[in-house]
Design a protein around this ligand. Structure first.
Ligand code: AAM
Length: 327
């Protein structure tokens, strides 16, 4: 199994109060670069900070790294629009950082990115791929794309209280700035991303399309951002089987309504509970309170943990948090 993590940024994350994927708005652009270092090395290397939410909840990269210490999988990191340097080795598909969706164009070369990613996905020798993301503001851009496609699906949030109305206002402004009505891009999913999406979306959708074409199994590892990718693929006419693997934290979020979305998009859903409620550990309790919930492939890699090994993952998560200096 190869895990591919697409890491990128969108200026949309700077909008006040829409994301907790960084301690402060000016740190959001740093989060994906640091996330991929945590996956690779177990802690940030050239990145100056460990990504935490404003309340101190550690990035889901810490959970994914903990799983990596227990389950063997290959890992490839794709630069899907990083805005800061990273010390991790990355595949370069020439993906620039994304613009604020409230500008007329959010991802200028969405179609070209999709094509390059598709070639990359088709070239891989693996039998199965698990695709993950890190892009602060990603649930807002997911809502943008779902709305432009005319899909009724809701989105989750890295915040315990989903600022859904704020996101809806952003998406409304974004569609107006692009001269689009909701549902206008139903037949043109890459136009939806170009107008109101983020650069991670055409990267993951392209890799998935290329891999599926060449007979590789694809699982989307994530929550409602991956629902948006599944919608892009279905609207692009991709009809191969698709799976989505996420955490119980997203599955339990009523604003996500994940099961209905997966049903509609003909996507097999796997939900994994890491059992964090059984431990007196501050960070695990934060996850149980609905902070962070998912990201950096967390739900996907949790689905790879064999029966009986989840307590080892929790032990490793405690060790990763201790190394990062987080409770
Ligand atoms: C990624 N890195 C993170 C993080 N994510 N570091 C700390 N907390 C997170 N939740 P939103 O739309 O609310 O910003 O949520 C999406 C982001 O949260 C994504 O980057 C996802 O990978 C996760």
């Amino acid at each position: 199994m190869r895990v591919i993590l697409a890491a990128g940024t969108t200026e949309t994350a700077l909008i006040d109060g829409i994301s907790a994927a960084g301690a402060a708005p000016e740190l959001m652009a740093q989060t994906p670069s640091a996330d991929v270092e945590i996956l690779e090395y177990g802690r940030p290397t050239v990145s100056p900070v460990t990504p935490v939410s404003p309340t101190g909840c550690p990035t889901p990269a810490a959970v994914t790294r903990a799983v990596r210490d227990v389950v063997d999988f290959d890992l490839t990191i794709v630069d899907a629009g990083l805005a800061r340097p990273t010390g991790s080795p990355t595949v370069d598909l020439e993906v620039p950082a994304g613009t604020d969706v409230r500008e007329p164009t959010a991802v200028a070369d969405a179609a070209a990115i999709f094509e390059r990613a598709r070639e990359f996905g088709a070239s891989l020798p693996d039998e199965a791929l698990l695709l993950g993301e890190t892009v602060p503001g990603g649930t807002t851009t997911a809502l943008g794309v779902l709305t432009a496609l005319g899909e009724p699906a809701g989105v989750s949030s890295s915040l315990p209280d989903n600022p859904l109305e704020r996101k809806e206002r952003v998406v409304e402004t974004a569609l107006e700035a692009s001269n689009l009505e909701p549902g206008a891009c139903g037949a043109e999913p890459l136009a939806a991303i170009r107008a109101v999406g983020d650069p991670v979306q055409p990267t993951i959708a392209g890799i998935a399309a290329g891999a599926l074409e060449s007979g590789t199994d694809v699982t989307l590892g994530g929550g409602t951002q991956m629902v948006a990718i599944a919608a892009v693929l279905r609207h692009a006419g991709v009809d191969e089987p698709l799976s989505l693997a996420t955490t119980s934290f997203v599955a339990d979020d009523p604003s996500a309504d994940l099961e209905a979305a997966c049903d509609r998009l003909d996507c097999e859903l796997t939900v994994t509970d890491p059992g964090f409620d059984g431990r007196e550990h501050v960070s695990m309790q934060r996850y149980c309170a609905g902070e962070a919930k998912e990201g950096v492939g967390m739900g996907g890699v949790l689905s790879l943990v064999p029966d009986g090994e989840m307590s080892a993952v929790r032990d490793r998560f405690e060790a990763v948090c201790a190394r990062l200096g987080i409770d």
